[in-house]
Design a protein. Structure first.
Length: 524
């Protein structure tokens, strides 16, 4: 996302530079031309040693090849400097977005960790060994505009400059389509004819809603959308009373650091509904569960203090009767982690996948792609709003197959600049899982078709891409899948969040597009 809307974007200052080697299927090797050939081999080696010493204290060692030299020099390294106590280089000041009073890992260094001379060696190492520019995508075929499986429908809900922060297709109810807008602070409920029939106003932007029944839901209020370390986020219950949705008078949970998901689950087997909370935060955040003590009292149990908790699933992974957790973290130490429930709410963590933070992790799902009964991982990389806003060939859709005992192996990659979400469903009803993907940071000027791509599964993880020029009118940041018209076929809803982009096509005015588009499935 852009700087003004990042409930799902990576905001840690570490995220702009902390990443390691690229292992993406289908990506070309990085270019080998360099920016600063005047640096001596001896100084390059010294800089490399210093980078290894100081740049992996809380994340993977950044590899120079994944950013061009100019972006290192003007974006990533100036973001890293203040964390090591360096606030300028060659008379150029470095800015710091966090709370200047905060010290410790991930914050300002209390005392400089490197001398100015050592810092210059680190800068020289990256500028001398990084490519002059990143390679292009390794896509063997263009994305045709031949999306015949879906018919594009526009709802009656219309207003300009939409900021759709959440969309949902419910399984039940007379108003199955839900759209939350971060600018108006309204959540709209649409019937099956796509007519708005109700709305709910909240005191902050909603970014997730968990429906516990047809008439009850827990909504996640991110608090302040802009990057901050405040604790204005909350969760509250809403209820449908005779066709009108209303919020409870009191918040269920308060004091949350930019929460992006709140999920009900019984995590200690006491019969009471607890809540799993993803606090994306800024420099503070984490994954925690709120133990229900009864009488509207909750005790917080931290599973991780890392910021960037983005999405989590609750499931019984090891079939022991306890509810486990699988969660994606999307800044600093990007990765997917299993939290195995050992009973009575005690958890043991295990790293399943670790990603370069430059990936810009944006979403994941669990699905069985090869029919072996094991849950594989569908993952997208594409957040591109921090300190390295250049088109990256490793952004796109990934599939990791589960080889047993939660060992995952990358088996598929499809490049899409700025990919923000992908969902796996059998859209064409042929017995295998297809993919629908959106890109908020697509190359709109040169490849606007990247904004939405339908990947048709042809077997053995071979996918044919499809798109439509009708979908190029908006900038899609969120998406959901469900059967709106009850015909047994999965439809798609896309949410339009209007913000400027350095990758935009100036001929397209996203502000005039509707808040959502519906892709009605017209297949057999």
């Amino acid at each position: 996302m852009n700087a003004s809307f990042r409930p799902l974007a990576r905001q840690n200052a570490l995220a702009g530079f902390a990443f390691a080697c690229l292992v993406a299927v289908g990506c070309q090797s990085p270019a080998t031309d360099v920016s600063n050939t005047a640096v001596s081999p001896a100084n390059i080696e010294k800089g490399k040693i210093l980078a290894g010493r100081h740049c992996q204290s809380c994340h993977q060692l950044p590899d120079p090849s994944l950013l061009d030299a100019e972006t290192w020099e003007t974006g990533a390294l100036p973001a890293m400097g203040p964390l090591l106590g360096i606030f300028s280089n060659k008379n150029q000041p470095y800015s710091y977005r966090g709370d200047p009073q905060m010290k410790g890992p991930g914050y300002l260094a209390g005392n400089p960790q490197v001398t100015p001379g050592e810092w210059q060696l680190i800068v020289d190492y990256y500028s001398a060994t990084a490519p002059g520019q990143l390679p292009p995508q390794d896509r063997r075929e263009s994305i045709p505009s031949d999306l015949s499986l879906f018919k594009v429908r526009k709802p009656d809900l219309r207003y300009r400059n939409t900021h759709s922060s959440f969309v949902k297709i419910r399984k039940r109810g007379e108003a199955p389509v839900v759209v939350s807008d971060a600018r108006t602070l309204k959540t709209y409920f649409l019937n099956r004819a796509l007519e708005p029939v109700d709305s709910l106003t909240t005191d902050g932007p909603l970014v997730n809603i968990a429906f516990s029944s047809e008439r009850k839901a827990i909504v996640c209020n991110v608090g302040m959308i802009d990057p901050n370390d405040g604790a204005q986020g909350s969760a509250l219950q809403i209820n449908d009373n005779a066709g009108a949705w209303k919020a409870d008078d009191a918040n269920l949970l308060t004091g949350l650091h930019r929460p992006v998901q709140v999920s009900p689950a019984d995590l200690n087997n006491d019969g009471l509904t607890d809540y799993l909370v993803c606090e994306f935060g800024y420099m503070q955040g984490g994954l925690s569960w709120m133990e229900n003590l009864g009488k509207d009292q909750y005790r917080k149990h931290s599973l991780s203090l890392l910021p960037g908790a983005l999405k989590a699933y609750t499931l019984d992974d090891d079939q022991d009767g306890n509810t486990d957790i699988i969660a994606l973290f999307a800044q600093g130490e990007e990765g997917i982690y299993l939290y195995a429930n050992k009973g009575s709410g005690e958890f043991e963590s295990k790293e399943l996948l670790r990603f370069p933070p430059m990936n810009g992790s944006s979403y994941f799902e669990l699905a069985d792609f090869n029919g072996d009964g094991l849950q594989d991982i569908l993952y997208t990389a594409g957040d591109n709003a921090d300190y390295s806003t250049v088109l990256k060939p490793y952004h796109g859709v990934y599939i990791y197959l589960n080889r047993g005992e939660n060992r995952f192996e990358q088996a598929f990659f499809y490049p899409i600049h700025g990919c923000y979400k992908a969902m796996a469903r059998d859209f064409d009803n042929d017995g295998d899982l297809d993919l629908a993907a959106i890109a908020y940071y697509a190359d709109f000027a040169s490849q606007p078709e990247e904004g939405f791509v339908y990947l048709e599964n042809r077997g053995d993880l071979h996918f044919n891409p499809h798109s439509s020029t009708e979908l190029e009118i908006g900038r899609w940041i969120t998406m959901d899948v469900g059967d709106i018209n009850m015909d047994g076929r999965p439809d798609i809803i896309l949410g339009n969040f209007v913000q400027p982009s350095k990758f935009a096509n100036p001929a397209v005015n996203w502000a005039d597009a509707p808040p959502v588009l519906i892709l009605e499935n017209v297949g057999e």
